[in-house]
Design a protein around this ligand. Structure first.
Ligand SMILES: *[C@@H]1O[C@H](CO)[C@@H](O)[C@H](O)[C@H]1NC(C)=O
Ligand SMILES: *[C@@H]1O[C@H](CO)[C@@H](O)[C@H](O)[C@H]1NC(C)=O
Ligand SMILES: *[C@@H]1O[C@H](CO)[C@@H](O)[C@H](O)[C@H]1NC(C)=O
Length: 552
């Protein structure tokens, strides 16, 4: 408490000494509404600005105390001309930070550029939406299972405008009709669940009147410390979304022991501040929805689908109390034709940016869009500032990898759930790469199968190897026969030698001649016998490598 009270003091002191330089503009009527019904605080401002000076004005400044500006997740302004039924169409005003040198400390300035200069005496209606996170402080900071959460909110009953304001009022909307305490000023009224301050008339620039509201709220304070959303495009008809959440209950921290029994017996009393479920609002025609954590699939989820949306109620494994954490992943497929469009030679993805969960604050969002392999000339257009980079993702069958756009943003609120686009060029030929690879793969597989079927592992009678084997058997048989003949020749030679030795000993020429004659006859027979065998060898291709060259 002490730290922000100090802020207020500093602001008050300095604002009194500050002479506004922008006094030509005057705000004639200002209505401010602060919505405290969820952890995300939304402030809407409606005012009419008038140029009372002589020089035309092209910018309107908005100022916020530093402690609020640090937690500003979104600031948007639109202008409308005319009033009531004659109000024209709203024009978005670009806004940028523009800090003057002589600003009082702890004030942050934003300049909204007008669609056209505001001349002398002219006026314009402006609507502003400012969304803040982390501006509700649990007080007490720690509670038990059975206690309700109480929060403190502090602001000024007067809008810290750099211009004089003729008349203004403030409405603070609470989550319920009960309030612990609130600052009572003149013209303060509490009715229903709203506290009204004002109207206050003729307030000088930078007037400040602190108010503090202390109120109960058991709305879910679900904070995603980190969310990684992956959107993968497949030109074969699907957009696959996978979201990894790292969630904490960001309300008052839970102390004391948790009794599941108490909780189950009376969940709304003994666990008023617990988060029991989360609602994800997925696009219509979302399919193949799953919800899992580190342990596995969580089956406690219900799906209600109609033509405009798909509601998924996710129930974590345990109720979450202040400070408790959980991690989980949800995934779903979307029909490609709802999100991918063609414009001339480029394609573009048009899909929402943020988390589909109701009232979840995402502290760090990383969004990855995985494009098909072969995409080029990639550009991203997001309607608010983000950090961008590119990387490459690999999955099955990828050669060069898939170009991946990475977008990072801190402090993402449901208002950021706007459409963004990723443009890229893609040749339809690239689309064929993977199927061609598959076809080639299958083709090689078939060829391999065919070769395998024809290979001679089982001997088929018409196959070349079977014939070769027969031929080789024949060659071997022939050689065997030749060897027999040669052996018999050698025997005859032995006999002839023996007869010659007999002849030299006995001198019996007749006997020797007879032996010689029969040997000659036998050798002639052998030669006759071997001729067809040699012919077989010469004609057989299998014998080619064993025959002397001169034989062929
Ligand atoms: C989880 O559910 C999905 C879809 O119902 C299923 O494909 C997957 O196999 C499941 N995983 C486990 C770990 O049970
Ligand atoms: C993206 O889609 C939304 C919703 O269908 C549509 O309103 C918006 O005009 C689209 N944006 C572009 C650039 O096509
Ligand atoms: C979120 O981003 C901020 C700033 O980039 C960084 O300091 C912080 O560590 C991040 N938190 C997580 C949980 O990644």
């Amino acid at each position: 408490m002490s730290s922000f009270r100090f802020d207020l003091l500093v602001l008050l002191v300095f604002s009194m000494h500050f002479a506004p330089a922008l006094s030509d503009l005057v705000i004639s009527k200002l209505d401010r509404r602060i919505d405290l019904t969820s952890q995300i605080v939304r402030v809407t401002l409606t005012f009419k600005v008038e140029n009372t000076g002589t020089d035309p004005v092209s910018e309107v400044s908005l100022t916020f105390p530093e402690h609020q500006a640090n937690n500003l997740a979104l600031l948007a302004a639109v202008s409308t001309e005319g009033k009531g039924k004659t109000r024209g169409a709203a024009t978005n005003l670009p806004i940028k930070i523009k800090q003057p040198d002589d600003s009082p400390p702890s004030l942050i300035w934003y300049a909204a550029s007008l669609p056209k200069e505001l001349g002398k005496g002219e006026s314009l209606n402006i609507d502003v939406l400012a969304v803040f996170t982390h501006v509700l402080r649990p007080f007490p900071e720690k509670i038990t299972q059975a206690e309700s959460q109480l929060f403190l909110f502090q602001d000024s009953a007067h809008f810290t405008s750099p211009y004089n304001v003729k008349v203004q009022s403030l409405t603070v909307k609470l989550p319920s009709e009960s309030v612990e305490s609130y600052t009572k000023l003149e013209n303060t009224k509490f009715s229903g669940s709203e506290i009204k301050y004002g109207p206050y008339e003729k307030l000088a620039a930078f007037s400040y009147s602190p108010v503090i509201v202390h109120f109960p709220s058991n709305k879910p304070f679900v904070v995603a410390k980190e969310l990684v959303r992956e959107i993968e495009i497949s030109h074969w008809g699907n957009v696959q979304v996978t979201e990894h959440y790292n969630i904490i209950h960001g309300g008052a921290r839970s102390t004391g022991e948790f009794s599941r029994l108490d909780f189950q017996a009376r969940p709304h009393v003994r666990g008023a501040s617990a988060v029991r479920n989360l609602i994800a609002m997925l696009p219509p025609r979302a399919h193949s929805i799953y919800y899992r954590d580190a342990i596995g699939n969580i089956s406690t989820s219900n799906i209600y689908a109609d033509s405009s949306k798909t509601l998924v109620e996710l129930e974590p494994r345990y109720p979450m109390f202040g400070g408790w954490k959980t991690c989980f992943t949800i995934g779903y497929g979307l029909p490609l034709q709802d999100y991918l469009f063609q414009l001339g030679g480029t394609r573009f993805l048009n899909i929402t940016f943020g988390s589909p969960m109701n009232d979840v604050l995402v502290e760090n969002l990383t969004l990855k869009v995985v494009l098909p392999e072969g995409s080029r000339d990639i550009s991203v257009s997001v309607p608010f500032p983000v950090k961008q980079s590119q990387e490459t993702t690999f999955s099955h069958l990828d050669i060069a990898g898939r170009p991946t756009v990475v977008v990072e943003k801190v402090n993402v609120v449901p208002e950021h759930n706007q459409y963004f686009q990723v443009h890229y060029k893609f040749s339809n030929l690239s689309l064929l790469t993977e199927p061609l690879m598959l076809i080639c793969g299958f083709f090689s597989l078939f060829v391999a199968c065919i070769i395998y079927m024809h290979a001679d592992f089982t001997i088929s009678k018409s196959s070349a190897s079977y014939i070769a084997k027969l031929q080789w058997d024949e060659v071997q048989g022939t050689i065997q026969q030749l060897q027999d003949i040669i052996n018999r020749c050698l025997l005859i030679h032995d006999k002839l030698e023996a007869s010659l030795r007999e002849l030299s000993r006995t001198g019996d020429v007749q006997a020797s001649k007879a032996v010689r004659k029969s040997a000659d006859a036998l050798l002639k027979d052998f030669s006759k016998e071997s001729k067809p065998l040699l012919a077989i060898l010469q004609s057989s291709p299998q014998a080619a490598h064993i025959l002397p060259k001169s034989w062929l």
